[in-house]
Design a protein around this ligand. Sequence first.
Ligand code: NAD
Length: 477
Amino acid sequence: MIERGLIIGGVEQAAASGETFDVLSPATEQVIGRVARGAKADVDLAVAAARNGFTQWHRLTPSAREAVLLRAADIMAEQGEQRYLDLLIDESGSVINKARYEIARTADLLRAAAGEVRRLYGETMPNDSPDRISMVFREPLGVVAAIVPYNAPLLLLTKMTAFPLAAGNSIVIKPSEETPLIAIEYAKLLVEAGLPADAVSVVTGFGAECGSPLVEHDDINAIALTGSTATGKAIGKIAMEKMRPTQLELGGKSALVVLNDFDAKSAAKIAIEGMFTHAGQICMANSRIVVEAGIFDEFIAELKAGCEQLVVGDVRDTKSAYGPLINRNALNKVLAHIEDAKSRGTALLTGGEVHQGLTLQPTVLLEPSREATAWRDESFGPLTSVVKAQDLDDAIALANDSVFALSAAVLTHNIQRGFKAAREIRSGAVHIGMHSFQSNAMAPIGGMGDSGIGRSGGKYSTEEFTELKWISVELGG
Ligand code: NAD
């Protein structure tokens, strides 16, 4: 049993209330840890520390800030597996391959963020008055509240904190109540790397008790949320009321479009990876598959065969494609989406049953009603739908039949058809020749509509977490 406290100004401590909550392993549904149950009094301490941390951190030279982030990347690369592999497996239900991928990507993100420290450029501009100079500075916002989900708890936490830190901000982290242990270990690593201890705090606890007082706190300057659309809308309202810059990376219902010219077997393999990685608990998972009529029958035969060969369940088996969902509520939500589709007369191509514990079989619905929850809402589980499109225009219309617009993908070798789809699908990203679950530390990741507001990655993150200031000087007296 691991027992941990809040991290405030580098000091691990109990919650002011003395209360704790249990952390469960999705694989065994047993308690593996106990952490402090943070609330408003703890948030107040964390934000006060972060104000102080901001003063220290943003005044450091760019090369000093860069060195801290590079040291953090080195520690992550050298010790990441030893420090995070078991936590990612036990706390978040990641299979070993996904946990390794997450650790490797995290080191890469820290390096990418270090690179942005020296790229916080300003500008000058022409001025009609010959003795006047006009320039624009890029300045950090101050204290950023980072509110993190459970699905990629190390990678997303790093993405949400390393770039704001690169820009000179300090951070208060509110991890998911499902995965607090990883966040505590991450904050320790940053301080070991040389980050002033006040520049990063972790308040562990629940959304309403701990997340809400953080979002509403008068002394924070910006909010980064990666989470569900419902949480994003709730936080967005408060953020607007408080006039607070906010980046919202929310849910998805990403379409994978398969066009006639693509090889059906390869398309099925790509679709399976894009959908079932981490049991579909990926915001960009291709949870809707739109297939052009000419390849439909061959594709669904390959997809069914591929799904039935997937090894699932055992989180420590390197052959496992995925393991359990995060908790029983998450499993029940996916099962309810399957039942809803069935009650509307939808056939299952494959799956539909629990494999073991919280692990669900890879499940594919055939031609669900466009009103089915599995088509409209985010299931966030190993469930996807396949529908037939008559032609490219029909495929694009089906891909656009969603309130979400986070990521999409088109499988074709035809550059004209691929680009037409990429230009006409409304989405934060469209990938050609790949599935919709792609990441790149420098790319602008984010969505439109119910998928959120703002972009993260590379300079797009540092732009979100800096403010422009116009300064002008009269030299003529
Ligand atoms: P969630 O919205 O339930 O929780 C996210 C975080 O918000 C947690 O830390 C939670 O405690 C906190 N929270 C909840 N209510 C709050 C409130 N009222 N005030 C402040 N904080 C609050 O999301 P989840 O279930 O942990 O994560 C899954 C969701 O995240 C999915 O919808 C998924 O698509 C989305 N996601 C999006 C991206 C992206 O890049 N767009 C990436 C990963 C996950």
